[in-house]
Design a protein around this ligand. Structure first.
Ligand code: ZN
Ligand code: ZN
Length: 407
């Protein structure tokens, strides 16, 4: 980090998904060897962040919206539209979107929620059967990876408050969707959804590809389960609301979807997180920092390790980020923010409301006495305790794009 860098007036914002944890007796951040991140903490300013607010357990979607200045209470469209956007679907105002996944049913009972871990290529082949029209509603299915995809309903008078057909369990039947708010709009969407589920069961059981799967001893992908209904609406993009241009470098569909929803451009690198891809994300960030105000870089591995309850894996992901990404990013000349979207303590295997550490390294910021980036050290940081809604104003100040309040 000693060589001379050309300063660029932009921010590289690295979100380490689910990075926060509880000490057992150390947290993964405390246990990790991460000299490069700690150097940034030493030279920068740190603190603790409640992505939504104290005591609220953030979802990744709501948290990212909040970090980028979009109050989820106003702007959250539900998971479905974000996933659909994230896999590149086009959405119109009022469309209802769902997450979808192939599963296997036998005798009316779900025996595998991932259709025998169907490969992306096989899922893609089934895509052609699943777009149709029911009543006056056009339905589009797009496959993404593994057993996953998204479905969009486009038509008049549709409500989004419908229950999932996905029972989120095996050894049970597919759920019938019902209107959760009893409006005629949601009643209509639930009715179409149930008809669509029957349609999918029929065309998928007749599909030659599934017969082939069965002949070769694989489970057929003979049902599509839907969940996470939400209504898409256009929201004012980042440049309109804050006068900044943003770009997203993330693997997961959800993060790409959040980014597209708020008008960020995308860098499309593979969604895996092996060493090479992590480095490529860092190089892409440095390049993007020359043309964009805000470069959002996302790493998912820590959250996955947290959900798996795997302390060592979580520590290793942090060490990889430190070794493979930070030296590249640190030379960009951009301001650097590192934080998480929530804690995913390995002892809980799920998200929690515990604050996450945050660090800002910028010539447009102060520094404090904290020398390490972890949950405990950052308690003493100069930023104090901040909330997700504070992040965008802090970034605008760094970018010198804040407007004066008063005269
Ligand atoms: Zn997350
Ligand atoms: Zn998670």
């Amino acid at each position: 980090m000693a060589e001379k860098t050309e300063d660029v007036n932009s921010i590289i914002f690295l979100v380490i998904d689910g990075v926060g944890d509880l000490p057992t007796p150390k947290t993964p951040l405390q246990a990790a060897k991460k000299p490069n991140i700690d150097k940034l903490a030493d030279k920068g300013i740190t603190g603790l962040l409640s992505p939504i607010k104290r005591g609220t357990v953030p979802g990744s979607d709501t948290s990212h919206l909040r970090l980028f200045g979009y109050d989820p209470e106003v702007f959250y469209p539900g998971r479905g539209p974000l996933e659909a956007l994230g896999i590149g679907m086009h959405l119109n105002e009022g469309d209802i979107a769902f997450r979808a996944n192939f599963a296997t049913v036998k005798g009316g009972v779900i025996i595998d929620r991932r259709a025998g871990r169907i490969e992306t290529g096989d899922g893609k082949k089934l895509e052609k059967y699943l777009s149709t029209r029911i009543e006056d509603v056009d339905i589009v299915y797009k496959h993404s990876v593994d057993h996953r995809g998204a479905v969009v309903f486009r038509g008049p008078g549709l409500g989004e408050f419908v229950s999932d057909t996905d029972p989120h369990a095996t050894s049970t039947s597919v759920n019938k969707s019902v209107a959760l708010d009893k409006t005629p709009q949601s009643e209509k969407a639930a009715r179409i959804l149930n008809k669509y589920t029957e349609y999918c069961a029929r065309v998928l059981s007749e599909a030659a590809e599934n017969k082939e799967r069965e002949n070769s001893g694989k489970l057929p992908a003979n049902i599509l389960l839907l969940r996470g209904a939400g209504r898409y609406r256009h929201v004012p993009p980042l440049d309109e609301r804050f006068g900044i241009k943003g770009i997203c470098i993330a693997g997961g569909a959800l993060y790409r979807g959040v980014a597209r929803y708020i008008g960020m451009d995308l860098v499309l690198l593979p969604s895996t997180e092996d060493d090479k891809i992590l480095q490529e994300r860092a190089y892409a960030a440095v390049k993007a920092a020359k043309d964009y105000d805000l470069v959002f870089v996302h790493v998912k591995g820590c959250d996955n390790a947290g959900h798996d309850g795997d302390f060592n894996k979580k520590r290793e992901v942090i060490e990889k980020i430190d070794r493979l990404m930070i030296p590249i990013i640190a030379k960009s000349g951009a301001s650097i923010i590192i934080t998480g979207d929530h804690s995913t303590p390995v002892s809980r295997k799920e998200h929690s409301a515990h604050e996450v550490p945050i660090l800002i390294y910028s010539k447009e910021e102060r520094y404090d006495n904290v020398k390490k980036f972890d949950e405990i050290s950052c308690m003493d940081g100069g930023l104090g305790h901040i909330r997700g809604k504070d992040i965008m104003p802090i970034m605008l100040n760094i970018l010198k794009k804040s407007e004066k309040y008063g005269s």
